[in-house]
Design a protein around this ligand. Sequence first.
Ligand code: 5GP
Length: 173
Amino acid sequence: MAIPGKVLLTEKEIKKKVRDLAKKVSFDYKREEVIMVGVLKGAFVFLSDLMRVVKFPVKVDFMAVKSYRGTETTGKAKILLDLREEIKGKNVLIVEDIVDTGITLNTVKKILEKRRPKTLKICALLDKRGRRREKVKLDYVGITIPNKYVVGYGLDFEDKYRNLPYVALLKDG
Ligand code: 5GP
């Protein structure tokens, strides 16, 4: 059985990263309204912290996608839950907990681009850059982490551990 082991990011460290990211995005958007799009399920914890420290008016919406990796060389992903907000002509910030192969974010970005938002950017808390299979431009990144499976702060293992206030590696227990 896999359980949370070594802590990679403490609650305090995460808080600081979120504040630093909020400063950057707040500077860039000035006082313009932004629709934050959380990619479910993992991003809801990060999004809820980020939205409370930014300095611009925020609307929130969510998407859920399922990525297929399998034997294909290029991944595909399917929309399970779509936005309720119209994003045409709006500032959209995709908020993601972790970027791994890049397939999920690329899919979300392509779908949203077609709806012609005014701006479309990506903010990810964790980046597993070493595992990237698809190139994806991350406008804001919290921290690059090693190629290990992590849980906590929204991230799950078999849908558990999302509620941990820190990010930890998984270990055999
Ligand atoms: P990608 O499409 O970039 O490969 O994968 C992104 C999604 O895979 C994330 O939104 C997340 O749901 C999941 N994922 C990737 N790496 C990890 C990890 O280390 N831990 C957890 N819990 N989920 C991960």
